[in-house]
Ligand binder design. Structure first.
Ligand code: ZN
Length: 393
C-alpha cells in the first residue's frame, strides 16, 4: 500500500508476541505447501535504507531466514512508484532501480533467491530451499505514454502491473481519489490492458476504482488478480477494498482476490481514519500548506488515531467471507508486508508468521487441500492461465 513518504516507520516486534504457538501440523503444512504472497513492498525500502535481505533483518518484514521459517516460497516483490514520482518524471528511473535491486539480490544470493518469470518454474527453482522472487509493478506510471514500455518491462521481468496507485494516472482512475478522471479506464489504459494480455502480464486491479475494474472485465476474457486488497464488507465505503459484487465478477472471470494483512484493510475505523488522513493532507497541499505543516498535522493525527490491535482472526474472517462469497478457488494472500508501516495483526508481523495464518485457518475448519489453494495454489493456477493465453511473437 505504502503510506506517505514521511509516515513514521513503526518497527515490528518481530513475531515475539504470539498469543499462542501454532500447532506442529500447521507449521508442517506451512513448510510443505507452496506459499505465494503476491505483495511485499521490500524493494523500495531496501533502496532507501540499504539492507541485505539475504540475512536476518529484524527491522524489516521480509528477509530470507524468516521467509524460510514461515514457509514462504514465492514472494512477489513490489516495484512501487508513487503518483508523485510519476508526476515529477521520476517513476521510470525509480522502477528500473528497484528491478535492478531485486535482480542483483537474486544474483548475489543465488543459493537463497531466484527470479521467477513463469509459474512453470516454481517446482524446479524452489529446490534447495530457495525463495522465488517474481516482480509486480505497483503503479503503471513508469510505462509513461509509450505502449512499447509494457514489453520493455516484461523483458525486465515484470509479471503483473497494478495499473494505478494513489492518483488517477494516464491508464486508470484510482480508488484513493474522491473524483475520477476517466470514469474508469482511459483509452490508453485499454491499450495497456490488451498489450499486457498479449504478453502474459497479469492485470492487477488492486488500487483501482470500481469503474476501472468493471471496464477491464468488459475488455478482456483473461483473468485478473487483486494482488493486495481486503473485503469492503468489513470496511464500508473504503473504496480501496473489494466490493462484494465486484469480487464476484473478478471470480466469474476466473481471477483471484489476494487478501491483505494490514490493519487498515481489516478494520472499519482504521480504514475510515486512513481515508480522512489522506484526504485532509490532499486538501492541505491544494491550499498551499508547507511540507512541515503537513508532517506536523499527520504526526498528531497518527497519535490521535493509533492502529487497532488485531489478531489472526481478522485476516481469517476476511478470507472466510471471500471464500463463502466467491468460492475456494478464487481467494489467496497478498500480505503487503513492508508496505503498511508495521500496522499488522499481532501474530502476523512478518514472513516468519505464515504458520499462524495456517493455524487460524485450521481452527476455522479449513482442510489441508483448501488451505493449500488459499496459500498459493489458486494464484499459481491463475498465473498459468494468463500465461497460456498470452500471444507473444
Ligand atoms: Zn498498495
Amino acid at each position: 500500500m505504502r503510506r506517505f513518504a514521511f509516515a513514521v516507520l513503526a518497527l515490528s516486534i518481530a513475531g515475539s508476541l504470539h498469543a499462542s504457538e501454532p500447532t506442529d501440523v500447521a507449521k508442517k503444512l506451512a513448510q510443505d505447501a507452496v506459499i505465494v504472497d503476491t505483495h511485499i513492498d521490500a524493494p523500495e525500502l531496501a533502496l532507501d535504507e540499504w539492507h541485505d535481505l539475504g540475512k536476518r533483518t529484524p527491522e524489516r518484514e521480509f528477509d530470507y531466514p524468516r521467509a524460510r521459517e514461515g514457509g514462504l516460497d514465492v514472494a512477489w516483490m513490489s516495484i512501487y512508484t508513487s503518483h508523485d514520482a510519476d508526476e515529477t518524471g521520476k517513476a521510470w528511473t525509480l522502477a528500473n532501480n528497484q528491478i535492478d535491486f531485486v535482480t542483483s539480490l537474486a544474483t548475489h544470493h543465488s543459493d537463497k533467491f531466484a527470479l521467477l518469470l513463469s509459474p512453470k518454474d516454481v517446482d524446479r527453482q524452489r529446490e534447495g530451499g530457495r525463495v522465488l522472487l517474481p516482480m509486480g509493478m505497483e503503479n503503471g506510471g513508469p510505462i509513461g505514454d509509450d505502449i512499447k514500455n509494457v514489453e520493455f518491462f516484461y523483458n525486465r521481468g515484470i509479471r503483473y502491473i497494478t495499473l494505478a496507485h494513489g492518483g488517477n494516472n494516464r491508464i486508470s482512475d484510482s480508488s484513493y481519489q474522491r473524483k475520477g478522471k476517466w470514469g474508469g479506464l482511459s483509452p490508453f489504459g485499454e491499450q495497456v490492458v490488451k498489450e499486457m494480455n498479449r504478453l502474459g502480464i497479469i492485470v492487477d486491479v488492486s488500487h483501482l476504482s470500481d469503474e476501472a475494474v468493471r471496464d477491464i472485465l468488459k475488455l478482456t476474457d483473461v483473468p485478473v488478480i487483486a494482488s493486495h486488497s481486503g473485503m469492503r464488507h468489513f470496511t464500508p465505503n473504503f473504496m480501496r477494498n473489494m466490493d462484494d459484487s465486484l469480487a464476484k465478477e473478478v471470480a466469474a472471470h476466473g481471477g483471484v482476490i489476494q487478501i491483505s494483512f494490514g490493519t487498515v484493510f481489516l478494520d472499519a475505523d482504521a480504514a475510515k481514519a486512513f481515508d480522512t488522513r489522506r484526504w485532509t493532507l490532499e486538501d492541505m497541499k491544494a491550499a498551499g500548506k508547507s511540507q512541515a505543516e503537513m508532517e506536523a498535522w499527520a504526526d498528531q493525527w497518527k497519535k490521535d488515531h493509533p492502529a487497532p490491535v488485531l489478531h489472526t482472526d481478522a485476516v481469517v474472517d476476511q478470507i472466510d467471507h471471500a471464500v463463502k462469497l466467491v468460492g475456494i478457488d478464487h481467494v489467496g494472500i497478498g500480505s503487503d508486508f513492508d508496505g503498511v508501516s508495521g500496522e499488522l495483526p499481532v501474530e502476523l508481523k512478518s514472513v516468519a508468521d505464515f504458520p499462524n495464518l495456517v493455524d487460524g485457518l485450521m481452527k476455522r475448519g479449513y482442510k489441508d487441500a483448501d488451505i493449500r489453494k488459499i496459500l498459493g495454489g489458486n494464484m499459481l493456477r491463475v498465473w498459468g492461465e494468463i500465461e497460456a493465453k498470452a500471444q507473444r511473437k
